[in-house]
Design a protein around this ligand. Structure first.
Ligand code: HSE
Length: 434
């Protein structure tokens, strides 16, 4: 007896998975006492040169040699994107095959449909590789910490943006220069939109929220903001104020028990451990009512780290197969998923960094401070530098105490109408729970 695996896709991650299945076969067998066998790999271009080239007789251009094939117990979907990944995943599930996927977009958009189909057909959907690459955060939430009620989860969930922000922070690069470098280094895709606009990390955040809180929020219900508008100037002011800027994923219960799920650049205290997570690394900080704080960090992407997570899922399924017992733990760790609304961003409270571009004239600071005070917003710090020679405008930088987003936005709408405010005000949220 053995567990047989078919791969859909053999790009970067697929190559790593094929390599491990073929080269580490004896080690895995020895460890589990049960073989895990690669049967077929469906690809679009069999002749393509891959980071690892499996023997040609494993390759097929027909996904239906894998999907629906009774000799193959597990389908590993590594195509990425929504279609044909969704159709093939559902067909595999409906034909009684387990599904392993690294596709966060697929699960964030179609998770309800896919997990429901898996429950109906009594098969498993495992997705350790879909969040934070090689970091075993899914199993940690689903099993290791399953007895905890979670206070909050903070994540750095995208390696490309963390690399870009690290270069902007350490070396003063502009966003565009750091992005070009990330592309040259192979971290960023040719089309980096999903990464830099925050969507890739938001997909992962949706999955972490489902695991922690038993609800799978719709992407449209979250505040998602990328890093494209950050400037070296703001990063330098943040440093002066004692902070580092990260693209931060937040999933938390607020003090009133409501669910906050948001993804945006945030200022973290420079001394906080998440501020130290640099380059393409990912990290997740989880706070459970019983365990306290747990931090996981490591490679959030890359061929072999991501393959490591896929193999962990495959070994898990092989164990399931061996004892012939499916769904030992539900896919998201919860027997029932609830529909819980996510708190509106306008109701969220954080502290704020504000950078006003103003005319250097008497009364400008007083006028802005008055508008903020009228909305109940209290200032913690203010910085103003002398204008550079030949410049009309100066930066007026403020750090607020905790404020409600709708009050802050209303105050900024008023202040940006002042004749002495010369450009739209820049805002970065400050995470005060860290
Ligand atoms: N492009 C992602 C990152 C990895 O840069 O972290 C895949 O989600």
């Amino acid at each position: 007896m053995k567990t047989t695996v078919g791969l859909l896709g053999c790009g970067h991650v697929g190559s790593g998975v094929a390599k491990m299945l073929l080269e580490d076969h004896d080690f895995i067998n020895e460890k589990m006492g049960w073989p895990l066998a690669l049967a077929k790999i469906a690809v679009r271009r069999p002749q393509a040169d891959r980071p690892y080239n499996p023997p040609a007789d494993f390759l097929t251009t027909d996904p239906y040699q894998i999907v629906g094939n009774r000799e193959i117990q597990v389908v590993v979907e590594l195509l990425g994107g929504l279609e044909p990944a969704r159709t093939l995943a559902l067909e595999a599930i409906e034909s009684g095959q387990h599904l392993v996927t690294a596709n966060k977009a697929l699960l964030a958009h179609h998770g309800r449909e896919i997990f429901a189909a898996a429950a109906r057909h009594k098969v498993e959907v495992l997705f350790e590789a879909a969040v934070a690459g090689g970091i075993p955060i899914i199993r940690t939430l689903k099993e290791g910490l399953s007895a905890n009620r979670f206070r909050h989860i903070f994540g750095i969930l995208n390696g490309t943006t963390n690399y870009i922000l690290t270069r902007m922070t350490r070396d003063g690069l502009t966003f565009q220069a750091a992005l070009a470098e990330a592309q040259a280094a192979g971290y960023a895709e040719a089309d980096p939109t999903l990464d830099v606009e925050g969507l890739d990390a938001a997909h992962k955040l949706i999955l972490l929220t489902a695991l922690a809180y038993g609800t799978l929020p719709a992407l449209e219900s979250l505040h998602v903001e990328g890093i494209t508008r950050l400037t070296p100037e703001d990063i330098a002011y943040a440093r002066e104020l004692g902070y580092v800027i990260k693209l931060l994923a937040v999933s938390a219960r607020d003090e009133d028990g409501r669910l906050e799920v948001r993804l945006h650049p945030a200022m973290l205290p420079r001394t906080h451990i998440l501020a130290e997570i640099s380059g393409p690394l990912n990290a997740v900080l989880v706070s459970g009512h019983a365990v306290g704080d747990v931090l996981l960090n490591g490679a959030g992407a890359g061929m072999m780290p991501t393959a490591s997570s896929v193999l962990a899922d495959l070994m898990d399924l092989a164990r399931t197969d061996r004892v012939n017992s499916t769904s030992r733990v539900p896919s998201l760790g919860w027997s029932i998923l609830r529909d819980e609304p996510v708190k509106l961003m306008s109701e969220t409270k954080t502290a704020y960094y504000l950078r006003f571009t103003v005319a250097d004239r008497p009364g400008v600071l007083a006028a802005i401070a008055k508008l903020l005070a009228e909305r109940g917003i209290s200032l913690a710090q203010v910085i103003q530098k002398n204008p550079l020679p030949g410049q009309e405008s100066v930066n007026l930088v403020m750090l607020t105490h905790l404020a409600q987003e709708k009050n802050l936005m209303a105050a900024l709408a008023d202040s940006d109408r002042l004749e002495t405010v010369l450009a739209p005000t820049r805002l970065i949220r400050v995470e005060t729970r860290l």
